[in-house]
Design a protein around this ligand. Structure first.
Ligand code: AMP
Length: 636
């Protein structure tokens, strides 16, 4: 079987399509020659030529009659079925054989009737070529994903499209099932698989789907079974509608600003286009930032406006509530099948699920923090690739392991890694540590998560980073940052940081084992043994530098402030110790090997002990407290 080449995974989407493969390096999306990972599902029929993907999409407005977008809506449907969709497309749909939907594309010799299968085949052919260019072998087989609600005719049309593109669709997998698979949900882990229930919330550009699945570990040749318990959604609800809400609101404001009597209907066309062109960007920026600026030039005048996330959320909240209503109905539909079993996980799919409001509402409704670690645009293709790898016989084992193969930790000041959960811990696993800051008045802390056995971050594998922002300015060492690592039963790592004094929180989610081969794990272990002694010494010196600098600062400042109240001999003793420790820090900074960690630690302890009296004097003058823990995190 293996000689036939890998079985790729294809997400044949309404708006975008992707191709992925899963091999010893784990599942990954394959890029085109320009590095693009998504192929817009748009096909243009030029005279005698077919243009697929980014260019067809970019030039859609110039060729509205010959460019086919959203063909997925027509697959396996009759012309009558899709009449309701017609207002959304410029191209003409006419009845073909037995009433099936056909597109009438104007050509040199009159209209040409094209079937949805042929259009989809063009997209699939392009994906096949991308896979072949990446993998260097001919590709003949694919797992293709389809919506959970696709009926037989729609599935058959998808198979036909694959055949036309020279691909055997070895399996059609429901999209939510693929998304669950990408997270390793449902795969037997260490032989003790169990039934689990998962909701998949998929909010794309134009459509919303909610599915409730049951995953049962299989026996024999089938590694698992998936059962769709309920589906729901709205075929005309998505991120694009959010863009329209922004456009509408801005049109009204600009019209009022211009003093137009008839309101937004009177806006100059060019102005309307400028507004519409900025809407999606505003929405996307507001997923990360608290506000986004809009600038519209109208003749010689400039309309400027800053939209806050709160305003935007108020505009789109009714749309998000509509998706939650669908979730409520789907959960009710699955009620009997679920009996009293709780949901084990919620998976997010689709670009619009990056919106904080969506994540918040989904978490509230289901009462579970949803899985967001994987790119929501890619998770379906990744899951299809995992299924392809299993079907090719290249993988029978579990994607995720029962024990953590490598330690997980966080970077501390100076570039060392504080291990929070150590390797070989059984999952689920959880651990918490306290950290503080290194710099006075730090209002943001960067937290970088690493995996590996080495002591220095540079020698470990970076899994991701996030920021704890909005801290009130406090002296170094005063903030109390609680960092919690939780690896759940599916191997997904949730890292959260909570500053206790201000109540500020931030979190990150990753799948640590994606893209790691058993060989890599072995190499990382081997290296850690080889470097163990040196690494530990270095970690110690790096921590000593960071903590000594805090001491130098406190004691130095305290001494300056309270010298008059101190016995001169005691002050002189502290001066000497400060100089001694400063010397260690300077030398260690230049070359960590040049200092002897034991003497360095002694110099620090000596100062710590001697400065107790100074602290008492300072506390009497009501000063700050000592740091909460030995480690400080790098500055924001
Ligand atoms: P999809 O159909 O899954 O590719 O999703 C596309 C939709 O996701 C479009 O409406 C995008 O504007 C939207 N989208 C992509 N990135 C973001 C983001 N960071 N925040 C909010 N929406 C996004």
């Amino acid at each position: 079987m293996r000689s036939e080449g890998p079985i790729i995974g294809i997400d044949l989407g309404t708006t975008n399509s992707l191709v992925a493969v899963s091999d010893v390096g784990g599942p990954r999306v394959l890029p085109d020659e320009h590095g693009g990972r998504m192929v817009p599902s748009v096909v243009r029929y030029d005279a005698g030529r077919v243009v697929v993907g980014p260019r067809a999409k970019a030039e859609l407005a110039d060729y509205p009659w010959t460019t086919i977008a959203s063909v997925k809506r027509l697959m396996g449907r009759s012309a009558a079925d899709v009449r309701a969709d017609q207002p959304y497309t410029a191209y003409r749909v006419v009845p073909g054989e037995r009433g099936t939907a056909r597109m009438a594309v104007p050509g040199v010799k009159g209209d040409r009737l094209i079937s949805p299968e042929e259009v989809s085949a063009e997209i699939l052919r392009r994906l096949k070529a991308i896979a072949e260019a990446n993998l260097g072998v001919p590709i003949t087989r694919a797992v293709v994903t389809v919506p959970a609600y696709f009926d037989d005719a729609q599935r058959q049309a998808t198979r036909t499209a694959a055949r036309l593109a020279g691909l055997e669709a070895v399996r059609l997998v429901p999209e939510p099932t693929a998304a669950a698979l990408a997270y390793g949900l449902g795969l037997p882990k260490g032989g003790n698989g169990r039934v689990s229930h998962v909701a998949v919330y998929d909010l794309g550009g134009g459509t919303f789907d909610i599915s409730v699945l049951r995953l049962t570990p299989g026996e024999g040749d089938e590694p698992f079974f998936f059962q769709v318990l309920a589906v729901g959604g709205d075929t005309h609800l998505g991120g694009d509608d959010m863009d329209h809400r922004i456009t509408e609101a801005l049109r009204g404001e600009v019209a009022r600003w211009l003093g137009l009597p008839e309101g937004a209907n009177e806006l100059p066309e060019a102005t309307g286009r400028q507004i519409a062109a900025q809407a999606e960007g505003v929405k996307i920026r507001l997923s990360d930032a608290e506000s986004a600026a809009v600038r519209i030039e109208i003749g010689s005048r400039l309309f400027e406006r800053v939209i806050t996330r709160a305003e935007f959320e108020a505009w789109v909240a009714p749309l998000v509530e509509r998706t939650i209503e669908c979730c409520r109905r789907a959960m009710a539909g699955a009620e009997r099948a679920l009996a009293d079993a709780p949901l084990d996980a919620v998976v997010l799919v689709g670009g619009a699920t990056r919106m904080p409001l969506v994540r918040r509402r989904v978490a509230e409704f289901f009462g579970i923090e949803p899985y967001t670690a994987l790119n929501p645009d890619e998770v379906v293709a990744l899951g299809a690739a995992v299924q392809g790898q299993i079907l090719s016989g290249a993988r029978r084992d579990a994607l995720l392991l029962d024990v953590l193969p490598l330690s997980l930790g966080i970077e501390t000041a100076g570039g060392a890694v504080a291990k929070i959960i150590v390797r070989n811990s059984t999952v689920p696993a959880q651990a918490t540590e306290m950290f503080s800051t290194q710099v006075d008045g730090q209002t943001s802390i960067r937290l970088t998560v690493f995996q590996g056995e080495r002591e220095m971050a540079a020698d470990c594998r970076k899994l991701g980073e996030f920021h704890l922002r909005g801290l009130p300015p406090m002296p170094a060492g005063v903030p109390q940052v609680e960092v919690k690592f939780l690896v759940d039963a599916n191997g997904v790592l949730n890292v959260s940081a909570h500053e206790r004094r201000s109540g500020r929180r931030a979190a990150l989610q990753v799948v640590p084992n994606h893209g790691l081969t058993p060989e890599e794990v072995e190499r990382i272990e081997r290296e850690s043994l080889t470097h163990a002694r040196e690494d530990m010494a270095r970690h110690r010196v790096v921590d000593l530098i960071a903590n000594s600098e805090l001491d130098l600062k406190w004691v130095g400042e305290g001494l300056a402030r309270h010298r008059a109240a101190l016995d001169p001999a005691y002050a002189a003793e502290l001066d000497g110790m400060l100089a001694d420790l400063r010397g260690f820090v300077d030398r260690a900074r230049a070359d960590w090997r040049s200092v002897e960690p034991e003497s360095f630690a002694k110099a620090k302890e000596a100062l710590d002990r001697a400065s107790v009296r100074l602290q008492e004097v300072a506390i009497a003058a009501s000063l700050r407290q000592p740091p909460t823990r030995g480690s400080v995190i790098g500055s924001g």
